[in-house]
Design a protein around this ligand. Structure first.
Ligand SMILES: Nc1ncnc2c1ncn2[C@@H]1O[C@H](COP(=O)(O)OP(=O)(O)O)[C@@H](O)[C@H]1O
Ligand SMILES: O=P(O)(O)OC[C@H](O)CO
Length: 492
């Protein structure tokens, strides 16, 4: 059996799969989101570790009680989120700065004005945006007392959440990351597969901070004594969006998936070619096995399920996220109301960190239901923007595989299919992120063969087909475009 740990933006999950990729045991727990200022999002490092370890123990205990034995551990994680810790004590020197955090927008703007973006894009496949780790690392080094000096002396370690958890799981013996997570830092050259000296210089980051970069199916050490009954080899690691693509068996060039969790991330497999987008999509490492890289084009949206969380926690319009489905269904149409959920700026294809959220088209008749529906619709419109960018880059997908917490919502998937004019396909195993991590760990442990063998196990649970009239689709999309443009103008 394989233990998959999925450390996501809002919760940690542990799932034990058997050797045929069936779920045997699982546990999940949410943890607090900290919003210390405008556009700022942090996580407590101890929450990331303690919650992940707690759910891991729960799932392992349940699996062992059923007579199983854990042969390998696969780890997947929210990407870009940045931690720096002391190599001697293991203590983080600042809260984790989360991928959604926009505090480095000014720095990125200045670097853009200095003409540095094209060089960064050429080396990393990314754009110059606060989303990625590099500017967050620089911020911590510049704002935590003595951090830069300690970093120069080699006393500190940087990691995305995978590296931090590997460090914790191995009792401080392994400081490593995988190529997918490295490719999101903006310090990793995706062509040479090395940390890039030029980029380190640009962001003023000492190399001594960085972890070693390994394949996605590789040896990451074993869990420290005392954590579990037996030491478990850590043998698979990937960022959560790449793990989801792997779990969705997007192994052939042209295969495409979208994951709807806190944000939404569309990944297209482009094989051995690092394709450059003309439409502000990212080029990134899809997976790396035995040194061979499979690249991907990615569209990243910062707010998807987070809009539903906002409806639940801030607005108190719904009690639970699934309640949003009935509310949206209760209305015949959107009554001309559009929500642009740019709470933490706009991601692909706009990349405008300063834009903020806006609600358009309200009348005296507008109530909670219209706003709930507008929030769900906004996730579909944003996906349509990503798909349009991919299509302009010459991609013509036949269907979209979807997964993530939001895809339990049938109304969203039908509306998505209508708005995209594309078949939308939901898999039988909806926990594709954890499954991808389990596949990777299982490959290294010899439990699974390579992608060809794994590809045979993927099964669809339900397909959603477009049923909306073309004129209606065009009308709705045009309303959305006007709303986004107005939100941009307001934030200028
Ligand atoms: N039935 C539903 N309808 C709409 N949104 C949902 C539904 N179920 C969960 N969500 C949203 O999905 C997100 C959780 O998905 P998950 O994949 O666990 O996210 P993450 O990995 O980012 O923590 C939450 O933001 C939640 O609001
Ligand atoms: O935790 P998720 O599922 O929202 O994914 C976060 C992404 O990895 C951020 O790039």
């Amino acid at each position: 059996m394989i233990l998959a740990l999925d450390q996501g933006t809002t919760s940690s999950r542990a799932i034990v799969f058997d050797n045929r990729a069936t779920v045997i045991a699982q546990a999940q727990q949410e943890f607090p989101q900290l919003y210390p200022g405008d556009g700022m999002v942090e996580h407590r490092p101890e929450d990331l570790w303690e919650v992940t370890y707690r759910v891991a123990r729960m799932a392992v205990r349940e699996a062992i009680d059923r007579g199983g034995r854990i042969a390998a551990l696969g780890l997947t994680n929210q990407r870009e989120t940045t931690l720096i810790w002391d190599r001697d004590t293991g203590e983080a020197i600042h809260n984790a700065i989360v991928w959604q955090d926009r505090r480095t927008a000014g720095l990125c703007r200045d670097m853009k004005a200095a003409g540095q973006e094209p060089e960064i894009t050429k080396r990393t496949g990314l754009l110059l945006d606060p989303y990625f780790s590099a500017s967050k690392i620089k911020w911590i080094l510049d704002n935590v007392d003595g951090a830069r000096e300690r970093a120069k002396k080699g006393k500190l370690a940087f990691g995305t959440v995978d590296s931090y958890l590997i460090w914790k799981l191995t009792g401080g013996r392994v400081h490593a990351t995988d190529a997918t997570n490295a490719s999101r830092t903006s310090l990793f050259n995706i062509h040479s597969q090395q940390w890039d000296e030029e980029l380190l210089l640009m962001f003023a980051i000492p190399k001594s901070l960085l972890p070693e970069v390994r394949d996605c199916a590789a040896d990451y050490g074993v869990t420290a004594r005392g954590l579990f009954d037996e030491a478990i080899p850590i043998s698979g690691v990937a960022g959560d969006q790449q793990a989801a693509a792997f779990g969705q068996c997007c192994f052939a060039p042209g295969d495409i998936k979208s994951t709807y969790g806190t944000g939404c991330f569309m990944l297209l497999n482009t094989g051995a070619d690092a394709v450059t987008s003309q439409n502000r999509l990212l080029t990134t490492v899809g997976y790396r096995l035995k040194g061979q890289v499979s690249y991907a084009l990615e569209g990243s949206i910062f707010v998807a399920g987070a809009a539903v969380q906002w409806l639940r926690d801030q607005m108190k319009f719904i009690k639970t996220a699934p309640d949003s489905e009935g509310v949206a269904r209760s209305l015949g149409d959107n009554a001309g109301v559009y929500l642009v959920p740019a709470f933490t700026g706009l991601g692909a294809p706009h990349w405008q960190p300063e834009v903020r959220g806006a609600l358009f088209g309200m009348t005296r008749a507008t109530g909670q239901a219209e706003i709930v529906r507008a929030a769900l619709e906004s996730v579909c419109y944003q996906t349509a923007d990503l798909l349009a960018a991919m299509q302009q880059d010459g991609v013509a997908p036949g269907r979209l595989k979807v997964d993530g917490g939001m895809v339990g919502n049938d109304w969203v998937l039908q509306y998505l299919s209508d708005i995209l004019g594309l078949e939308v396909s939901r898999p039988r195993v909806m926990e594709t992120t954890a499954l991808g991590a389990a596949f990777l760990a299982g490959i290294k442990a010899g439990i699974f063969g390579g992608p060809e063998e794994i590809g045979k196990v993927w099964q669809q649970e339900q397909q959603f087909s477009p049923a909306m009239a073309e004129l209606e689709r065009v009308r709705l999309l045009s309303g959305w475009q006007r709303a986004v443009n107005a939100a941009k103008v307001f934030s200028e």
